[in-house]
Design a protein around this ligand. Structure first.
Ligand code: PRX
Length: 694
C-alpha cells in the first residue's frame, strides 16, 4: 500500500490533493480485509527473533509482602476472584465499580450492546468536572494540591482543588460567554501548562466536547483535525518552552484557521510573552476574559453517553481517525484503573510524563488521577533540559511516589547514564509504570534497578487511544511481574490471541490480539464515520474488537505484546500511520511514489524509513533528502520526520501492483536473507535497492 501519484503535476495545495485519495481508501477497505491480515501474519512471524528473546525471559518478580499488605488488590487470589466475577457477570462487576463515580442520576442499564455499538450506564446523568474537582473541593481536599506544575524554565505553580474549582468555573463561564454550548467541539492546542487541564475540565463542565491536538503537530495537521471536528473555538497559547527554546503555537493556529471556517473564537494564554498577531473580534487573551468571569458555574448534567472528547490517532489510511470517547464509561474505567493499577493512596504524588496531547495524558495526567483526588505533577518541557537529570530533580523536589513514563524515555535515560539518577534522592518512589510500546527486558531491568532501587514494582500497562484506559497490566500488590510482559488482563477485560479467522492459538504461539467483550472506556465510534469504525475494528473477526497488535499469551496466561501488525509505526510510543507520511512525501513536487516502513531502533523502538521514487528529471541528492524530511515536518509535525530516506528507481511490487512492504521492511532493517520473493514482479528492483544500501 504505497502512495503513488500520476505523473501529471499536482495542484497548488498538494497535501490536500493526496488526502481524498487516502480517505477514500479508508472508507472502502472491505474487500481488502483478507489481504490486510496477510501482513499481520507475516509481521508476526517476521518478528520471530524479537519474540524468542522475550520467550527466553525467565525472571519473575513477586510483589513484596510489605507492598501487598497495603495494596488495594493485595493478592493473586483476590485478583483471580475479581476477574472470575467480572467475566462471569460483567454487568454486575462494572455496575459495582461505577460506584466510584458520582452520578447526578443513576443509570438504568449497565450495558446496552448492539455490536459494535455500546452504551454504558445508559440513562445515567453526571458531570465529569464535578467528579474531578467539586467533589474534592467540597471536602478537606479543598486545600490539597491537585496540580503541582513545573515549567521548563523552572517556574512553578501549585493549584489546590479549591483553586482548580475556581479556575475551571471561571473558564467554563468564559466559554459560555463566547457562545460555546453543550455538544460543540472545542479544539485545544496548548503547551503543558495548568491552563491545559483547566481548559479540558471547563469543556466538560458545560458539556462541550474537546479535541486536544498535540502541540508538536503542524498547522496542516491542526487544520485537518479542526475541520474534521468542526470545532467552533480554539484554545491555545502564544507558545511554550521545549529544549530551552520557544515552540510557537499561535502562528500555527493562525495558519490553520485560514482554512478552517468553523472557528469563531480563539483564546490565547500568554505563556512566553512573544509578539503574536491577535485578530480583533476573533482572538482573545485568556487572562482578559478570565478576569471578568464569575467563579460560579454550576456543572451541566450530561448523559452517560455524551461525547466527552475526540482524539485523533493514526490508522492505516492517510486520514486521521477521530476516536470518540463518551463520559460515564470512560470515567468509570479511568478512575478504577488509576486506583488499582497505580495502587493510588491519599498521600501519593503522581507523575505521568505524557503530554496531554496524547491519550495517556488525558487518562492519567488529568481524568484518572483527579477523579481520585490525587496530587498530580505536571511538567512542561523536555526531559533533558537543562540537563538529563530533570525528571530525577522533579521526583526529589516534589517527593513523587508514582512515576509513569514510556519505554523510549527509559532507553534514553539508559543512554544518558545511571550517574544522572544516582545524584538524586529517589527514595520517595514506591511504584513505576510504563506505557506506549513493548519494553525490552533489558530496559525493564535497568528501570527497576536504577530508578526503582530493586524495590518498586513495575506496571507495564498495555492499552490504546481506542481503549481509553488500561487493559492489560499487573496489579502491583497481586501479580508477579515478568520483564517485558504486560502480564494479565485488568479484571473485566477479556483479551485473547487468535488466528486471522478468530480461532484461539495455543499458549506460547503468536497471533492477533483481540478483545472479546465490550468494556466501559471503549471508543464508541470514529467521528463522522461509523462505517470506518466498524471496518477498522470489528470486521476482522465479526463481533470482536481487533487491536491491530500482535501478541502471544504464555502458559501462565501472561500477555506479551509483539507490536503493530498493520501499517502503523510506533515511534517513541506514538502511533504514526505510514500512509500519512507517504501522503506527505508524495505531496512534494519531486516525489512520484513513496513507501514508508519501520526499522527497529534502539532508542525510539521503531524508526521511520522512507523509500522514495522521484519524478523523472529530478536527481537524488543529499540536499533533497533533507528537504523531504523538512517537508514531512511541515505537513505533519516533527514526530513524523523520516529518520532515513532512500531513493530508488522503482519499488518492489507484486504483479498486481501492490508494494511488497515486507521486503522493504527487511531491507530497511538490513536483513541479509529476504523471505519469499516469488510474487515479485521484477527481481532486479531488489538488487538495485540493495546496491543503494551499500
Ligand atoms: O502497539 C501498542 C502500543 O501502542 C499502541 C497504542 O498506541 P496509542 O493509541 O498511541 O496509545 C498509546 C498509549 C496508550 C498499542 O496498540 N502499546 C501501548 N502500550 C503498550 C504497547 N505495546 C506494548 N506494551 C505496552 N505496554
Amino acid at each position: 500500500m504505497a502512495t503513488s501519484k500520476p505523473k501529471a503535476k499536482r495542484p497548488a495545495v498538494k497535501a490536500k490533493a493526496t488526502k481524498p485519495k487516502a480517505a477514500a481508501r479508508g472508507r472502502k477497505p472491505a474487500p481488502k480485509r483478507p489481504t490486510k491480515a496477510a501482513p499481520a501474519a507475516s509481521a508476526a512471524s517476521g518478528a520471530t527473533t524479537d519474540i524468542e528473546s522475550v520467550l527466553n525471559e525467565r525472571r519473575i518478580f513477586a510483589p513484596s509482602a510489605s507492598f501487598a499488605a497495603k495494596a488495594h488488590v493485595p493478592s493473586i487470589a483476590k485478583h483471580k476472584a475479581l476477574s472470575k466475577r467480572a467475566v462471569e457477570n460483567p454487568e454486575a462487576f462494572w455496575g459495582e465499580m461505577a460506584k466510584n463515580v458520582d452520578w447526578i442520576k443513576p443509570w438504568k442499564k449497565v450495558l446496552d450492546w448492539k455490536p459494535p455499538f455500546a452504551r454504558w450506564f445508559d440513562g445515567g446523568l453526571l458531570n465529569l468536572s464535578a467528579n474531578c474537582v467539586d467533589r474534592h473541593a467540597a471536602t478537606w481536599r479543598k486545600n490539597k494540591a491537585a496540580i503541582v506544575w513545573e515549567g521548563e524554565p523552572g517556574d512553578e505553580r501549585v493549584l489546590t482543588y479549591g483553586d482548580l474549582l475556581r479556575e475551571v468555573s471561571r473558564f467554563a463561564n468564559v466559554l459560555k460567554s463566547l457562545g460555546v454550548e453543550k455538544g460543540d467541539r472545542v479544539a485545544i492546542y496548548m503547551p503543558m501548562i495548568p491552563e491545559l487541564p483547566i481548559a479540558l475540565l471547563a469543556c466538560t463542565r458545560i458539556g462541550a466536547t474537546h479535541s486536544v491536538i498535540f502541540g508538536g503537530f503542524s498547522a496542516e495537521a491542526l487544520r485537518d483535525r479542526i475541520n474534521d471536528a468542526q470545532a467552533t473555538a480554539v484554545i491555545t497559547a502564544d507558545g511554550g518552552w521545549r529544549r530551552g527554546a520557544e515552540v510557537a503555537l499561535k502562528p500555527q493556529v493562525d495558519a490553520a484557521i485560514s482554512g478552517a471556517p468553523s472557528v469563531r473564537h480563539v483564546v490565547v494564554v500568554k505563556r512566553t510573552g512573544t509578539a503574536i498577531h491577535m485578530e480583533p473580534g476573533r482572538d482573545h487573551w485568556w487572562h482578559d476574559l478570565v478576569e471578568g468571569a464569575s467563579p460560579n458555574c454550576p456543572p451541566e448534567p450530561v448523559e452517560s453517553e455524551h461525547p466527552l472528547f475526540i482524539l485523533y490517532t493514526s490508522g492505516t489510511t492517510g486520514k486521521p481517525k477521530g476516536v470518540v470517547h463518551t463520559t460515564g464509561g470512560y470515567l468509570v474505567q479511568t478512575t478504577l484503573t488509576t486506583k488499582w493499577v497505580f495502587d493510588l493512596k491519599e498521600k501519593d504524588v503522581f507523575f505521568c510524563t505524557a503530554d496531554v496531547g496524547w491519550v495517556t495524558g488525558h487518562s492519567y495526567v488529568v481524568y484518572g488521577p483527579l477523579a481520585n483526588g490525587a496530587t498530580v505533577v505536571m511538567y512542561e518541557g523536555a526531559p533533558k533540559h537543562a540537563d538529563p537529570a530533570r525528571f530525577w530533580k522533579i521526583i526529589e523536589k516534589h517527593r513523587v511516589t508514582i512515576f509513569y513514563t514510556a519505554p523510549t524515555a527509559i532507553r534514553a535515560f539508559m543512554k544518558w547514564g545511571a550517574e544522572w539518577p544516582r545524584k538524586y534522592d529517589l527514595s520517595s518512589l514506591r511504584l513505576l509504570g510504563t506505557v506506549g510500546e513493548p519494553i525490552n527486558p533489558e530496559a525493564w531491568m535497568w528501570y527497576r534497578r536504577e530508578i526503582g532501587a530493586d524495590r518498586c514494582p513495575i506496571v507495564d500497562t498495555w492499552w490504546q487511544t481506542e481503549t481509553g484506559a488500561i487493559m492489560i497490566t499487573p496489579l502491583p500488590g497481586a501479580v508477579p511481574t515478568k520483564p517485558g510482559s504486560g502480564t494479565l488482563p485488568f479484571p473485566g477485560i477479556v483479551p485473547e490471541v487468535v488466528t486471522r479467522d478468530g480461532d484461539p492459538v495455543p499458549a506460547g504461539s503468536g497471533g492477533l490480539l483481540v478483545i472479546r467483550k465490550p468494556w466501559p472506556g471503549m471508543l464508541r465510534t470514529i467521528h463522522g464515520d461509523p462505517e470506518r469504525y466498524k471496518q477498522q475494528y470489528w470486521s476482522q473477526i465479526p463481533g470482536t474488537y481487533f487491536t491491530g497488535d500482535g501478541a502471544r499469551c504464555d502458559k501462565d496466561g501472561y500477555f506479551w505484546i509483539m507490536g503493530r501488525v498493520d501499517d502503523v509505526i510506533n515511534v517513541a510510543g506514538h502511533r504514526l500511520g505510514t500512509m500519512e507520511i507517504e501522503s506527505a512525501l508524495v505531496s512534494h513536487t519531486r516525489v512520484a511514489e513513496a513507501a514508508v516502513v519501520p526499522r527497529p531502533d534502539d532508542l525510539k523502538g521503531q524508526a521511520v524509513v522512507a523509500f522514495v521514487t522521484l519524478e523523472s528529471g529530478y536527481h537524488a541528492d543529499p540536499a533533497l533528502k533533507d528537504e523531504l524530511k523538512r517537508h514531512v515536518v511541515k505537513e505533519i509535525g516533527a514526530i513524523a520526520r523520516p529518520d532515513e530516506i532512500r531513493f530508488s528507481d522503482a519499488l518492489p511490487k507484486t504483479r498486481s501492483g501492490k508494494i511488497m512492504r515486507r521486503l522493504l521492511r527487511d531491507i530497511a532493517s538490513g536483513k541479509q536473507s529476504i523471505g519469499d520473493t516469488t510474487t515479485l514482479e521484477d527481481l532486479s528492483v531488489l538488487a538495485k535497492l540493495r546496491e543503494e544500501e551499500e
